[in-house]
Design a protein around this ligand. Structure first.
Ligand SMILES: Nc1ncnc2c1ncn2[C@@H]1O[C@H](COP(=O)(O)OP(=O)(O)OP(=O)(O)O)[C@@H](O)[C@H]1O
Ligand SMILES: [Mg+2]
Length: 255
């Protein structure tokens, strides 16, 4: 992780030996039967960088993340995390190799305590119940989860549940964290909580790939964004540049 370890470095450079490895996706296509969901998409996430993917319903954002995780059929792709080739790696091993995933819809266990939910996130490391350091790190990042550690997951607000889902993914000590629509279904106030969580991750120098329909949130939380349309990357650039793009302003910011 680097974020879930104690280093907490920011501004890591490619020459920094403690920096997380870059994620590279080359020519990714995803097809479900006759439906082409993603077509020839290429991008990277540099160490410590937060990258966003925005796009309308059905643009192929979730399919892109699922394909990286080995949860959707990948075609003609090359996916690498540093030197490790993940092109044909199965989901469980993708997590082991250092990619964390917060799926759309959170999927926390409402009937289990916050702490048990977090412990389950360490399954890929064969949790022995003695890895207090990872838990402490998650609690340092999200103190409210510590306050609520004995509560049931289902008793948390939507924003807190999203924090729990992020915390659970961090328990696998990812080098890169993939998040799918963390703001979905949340009130504006709770979206603010999610943004705070994302900014915390960014300050910690974690590499993040954030998928969102909410362009406002994404532009606050990331440095560089891809705009997906019909399974392809229609536009890509630094957030400061995209904010001023007339098409982006009209279609995605409603300005
Ligand atoms: N399991 C599936 N089987 C068949 N088609 C699918 C499947 N999952 C997604 N699709 C189709 O693939 C396309 C891309 O879907 P995807 O879920 O990746 O888009 P998205 O950008 O995440 O959309 P949203 O913003 O609604 O979450 C859509 O046309 C969708 O209907
Ligand atoms: Mg989606």
């Amino acid at each position: 992780m680097s974020a879930a370890t104690s280093s907490g470095t920011t501004g890591s450079s490619p020459t920094d030996p403690t920096a997380p490895p870059p994620l590279r996706v080359e020519g990714l296509s995803v097809r479900y039967g006759g439906v082409v969901a993603v077509s020839g998409v290429s991008f990277g996430v540099e160490p410590g960088e937060s990258v966003g993917i925005i796009g309308a319903n059905g643009a192929g954002k979730t399919s892109t993340l699922k394909a990286i995780m080995g949860l959707a059929p990948r075609q003609a792709a090359a996916i690498r995390l540093g030197e490790v080739d993940l092109t044909r790696t199965k989901a469980r091993n993708v997590v082991r190799q250092g990619i964390g995933y917060v799926p759309e819809g959170r999927h926390i266990f409402g009937g289990l305590t916050v702490e048990r939910n977090l412990e389950l996130g360490a399954y890929s490391r064969k949790w022995q119940g003695d890895d207090d350091e990872s838990l402490r790190e998650v609690y340092r990042l999200f103190p409210v989860l510590h306050q609520m550690r004995e509560r049931l997951g289902g008793a948390l607000s939507g924003g807190q549940q999203q924090m729990l889902a992020i915390g659970r993914a961090l328990m696998s000590r990812p080098q890169v964290l993939l998040l799918d629509e963390p703001s979905m279904g949340l009130s504006p106030k709770l979206v603010g909580q999610v943004l705070d969580s994302l900014l915390t991750l960014r300050e910690r120098g974690l590499s993040v790939l954030l998928v969102e329909q909410n362009a406002w949130l994404t532009f606050e939380a990331t440095e560089r964004c891809l705009v997906m349309e019909n399974g392809e990357v229609a536009l890509e650039g630094p957030v400061d540049q995209l904010r001023h793009d007339p098409q982006v302003r009209k279609i995605y910011l409603g300005l």
